[in-house]
Design a protein around this ligand. Structure first.
Ligand code: GTP
Length: 327
């Protein structure tokens, strides 16, 4: 069990890269592999021994509490912080931390609300406590870091720099969106102000001589912030059910919710997720896709690696590959 048992989950962003999926549903509440992204994260946190979480909400804030309640359904304590004006990732952390009674020497986890990862939270917390770092970041290695800012570390795992996106990144390690903050580091984020933890807080901590450590883990990791990566994340979690205990039972490489009507001549597979009330008529094939609630797929349709909006209708003979359909 992780010796660090409190956490903040950042769920208040607008999720613009996922528009129009995020017009009425905040990104963390979008369902992949049968459960909202936030639920996959909460269950992972609980499994590592985290018992108290504050959700830092802002955009479409009202939808979280009706679903997660006080957390007892998940075996933990969940509370909700709210920002009238989005305060950015750093401002959100400072605001939400006021709901947690942290001891002077206590540390807490911060999770970006759009990352799914199998990394070892306990090992990350052990590195943090052993090194006495101000902050310990989860880092992942990517083949091509050009699309990200990179975070080079030394042989002792100390973070050397935070670098913006560049054409020739000097390291393959990138910020994976899960941090442990000591209470002292947390107190250095200004309250009530718009602050970016990535662009302002981390560089400022380094510049003032404080230690930031990087915990590199080669496990599964995905930022589901784009339509393509969201569909891929759902497929991955279904293909490998060990990745999340929040994924409902997988049967024939598929998660099907209640009252799905699948014609005997149609086939569904390769990590597809069918929400409740979906109807699929004759001779259709669905692979690697998310089909929203009550969507109706007519006959002779092919759907691959796509997202079909709830309540929408795909007409007979359609071929959809890598598409967001029905918005
Ligand atoms: P894009 O607009 O598509 O970039 O998505 P986003 O709004 O989610 O931004 P980003 O992916 O950079 O955010 C990382 C995490 O921080 C996500 O889980 C967001 O929900 C969260 N987040 C971003 N900005 C804020 C904010 O101002 N307040 C709160 N509470 N959370 C935020």
């Amino acid at each position: 069990m992780s010796p660090i048992n409190k956490a903040i989950l950042l769920v208040g962003g607008k999720g613009t890269r996922l528009a129009p999926l995020t017009t009425n549903t905040p990104k963390p509440m979008l369902k992949i592999a049968g459960a909202p992204v936030t639920e996959h994260q909460i269950v992972k946190a609980r499994e590592a021994g985290i018992s108290e979480i504050v959700l830092a909400t802002s955009y479409l804030a009202d939808v979280f509490e009706p679903y997660f309640g006080d957390g007892s359904r998940f075996g933990m304590k969940i509370r909700y912080a709210y920002e009238t004006q989005p305060l950015g990732t750093g401002g959100a952390i400072a605001n939400a931390a006021q709901l947690l009674e942290l001891g002077a020497n206590e540390s807490l986890f911060i999770f970006n609300g759009d990352v799914l990862s199998s990394h070892d939270l306990i090992a990350q917390s052990e590195l943090h406590l052993k090194s006495g770092a101000a902050v310990t970041l989860h880092l992942v290695e990517v083949e091509d870091a050009r699309a990200y800012g990179c975070v080079p570390i030394g042989a002792d795992s100390k973070v050397l720099q935070f670098l913006e996106k560049m054409d020739n990144p000097i390291a393959k390690t990138i910020n994976a969106g899960c941090y442990i903050f000591s209470n002292q580091a947390l107190q250095q984020i200004p309250k009530g102000a718009v602050v970016s933890v990535e662009r302002e807080t981390f560089p400022a901590l380094l510049n003032s001589g404080q230690n930031i450590f990087g915990y590199v883990d080669g496990g599964y990791w995905i930022d589901m912030g784009t339509p393509e990566s969201m569909i891929r994340a759902s497929r991955d979690l279904i293909s490998n059910p060990a990745l999340s205990k929040a994924t409902p039972k997988v049967i024939n490489h598929t998660v099907m919710m209640r009252e799905v009507q699948l014609h005997a001549s149609s086939r569904v597979g390769e990590g597809s997720y069918l929400e409740s009330g979906v109807v699929i008529e004759a001779n259709s094939i669905v692979n690697g896709s998310i089909i929203g609630e009550n969507a109706h797929i007519e006959s002779d349709v092919l759907i691959e690696n796509s997202y079909i909006a709830p309540q929408s209708r795909v007409t007979s003979g359609s071929k959809l590959r890598g598409e967001i359909f029905g918005f």
